[in-house]
Design a protein around this ligand. Structure first.
Ligand code: GDP
Length: 318
């Protein structure tokens, strides 16, 4: 096939070789739901699965970005290459937007072994969940040893980090009452590790008590490990990393395989649902939707019939 019809012909090869520009390009291709993404992903998929993937999640302002930056520093000192995907719900930008909060990451921008990408939750043709999943696949296939995925929010956020990664850390800070809220919402079983950051805060001691008390109410087997950090000072970073690695190792090869399989099942549903939903929204806003609503209005059809017709139209619309 002529090169002109396969503009990304050697992209997969270059990604597999760890070429930074190719990695950036490949992630953009995936974000934009470019038709070239399909063959690219098909070529990369057999090479993925080697990276250790870690979620860093929690409410805004608790220090996730600072922690992620410090973790990158620690991982580099261990000789590991790192990919970071920061999902920023407020940003409409998709191409590595460097926002105020991410500035701490700038220490690592020139390091060829570190690849950082910030993603807005809008502006992805295929949806942010799909873009994130595929960006991770690209970085994994490119040979990054560790992938950090930073998301804002505790559960029910736009991108659920749980099904994207091997292990999850939930970051909390003293004085905000977030831990109690999270426990009430039953979310303490989600993270593998809870990182109580800002341990230099005056309310740290009471937050520690509150957290341990709350965790004691839950099942011992599923209880997250608690570590404390002062991310700005770089304190507690080694402990956080060790706890994450330990949790992953404790899964064992079979446990990890099982967790990844369950995650993949969840991701497939999430991505397929996002695609269907986008298609249905497009159709209902179109001529077809207008006709359906007119017929409903005129009493010619009922809503159940309208749903069936909408679904038929979505099936035919590829
Ligand atoms: P994110 O929104 O969760 O990513 O939080 P950031 O990493 O942007 O941090 C929010 C603010 O908390 C910034 O001003 C940080 O400098 C500060 N911060 C982060 N870690 C610590 C810490 O351990 N102690 C204190 N006192 N401040 C911190």
């Amino acid at each position: 096939m002529a090169a002109a019809t396969r503009p990304f012909a050697d992209l997969a090869e270059r990604v597999l070789a760890g070429d930074r520009r190719a990695i950036g390009r490949a992630i953009s291709v995936c974000e934009n739901a470019d038709p070239a993404a399909e063959p690219l992903i098909a070529e990369l998929w057999p090479h993925a699965g080697r990276a250790m993937t870690v979620g860093v999640t929690g409410p805004p302002g608790v220090g996730k970005s600072t922690l992620a930056g410090a973790l990158v520093g620690h991982l580099r000192s261990l000789g590991k290459s790192v990919g970071v995907i920061a999902i920023d719900p407020s940003s409409p930008f998709t191409r590595g937007a460097l926002l105020g909060d991410r500035i701490r990451m700038s220490d690592h921008f020139l390091d060829p072994e570190v690849f950082i990408r910030s993603m807005g939750t809008r502006g992805h043709l295929g949806g942010v969940a799909e873009a994130t999943f595929l960006a991770m696949l690209v970085l994994d296939a490119a040979g990054k040893d560790v992938l950090l995925v930073e998301t804002v929010g505790v559960g029910q956020s736009e991108v659920e980090v749980r099904s994207l990664v091997d292990v999850v850390s939930l970051v909390l800070q003293p004085g905000s009452g977030d831990s109690i809220q999270a426990i009430k919402a039953g979310l303490m079983e989600i993270p593998d590790v809870i990182c109580l950051n800002k341990r230099d805060h005056p309310a740290a001691a009471s937050a520690r008590r509150e957290l341990h008390h709350a965790l004691a109410l839950g099942e011992e087997e599923t209880r997250p490990v608690v570590v404390e950090s002062a991310a700005v000072e770089g304190e507690g970073i080694v402990e956080l990393w060790d706890a994450l690695e330990d949790r992953r190792e404790r899964l064992g090869p079979d446990g990890l395989r099982q967790r990844r399989r369950e995650n993949l099942a969840q991701e497939l549903v999430t991505i397929a649902a996002a695609r269907s939903s986008a298609r249905l929204r497009r159709l209902i806003g179109d001529e077809l939707g207008g006709r359906l609503l007119d017929r409903l209005d005129a009493g010619e059809i009922d809503p159940v019939r309208a749903v069936a017709e909408l679904q038929d139209a979505a099936r035919d619309d590829t």
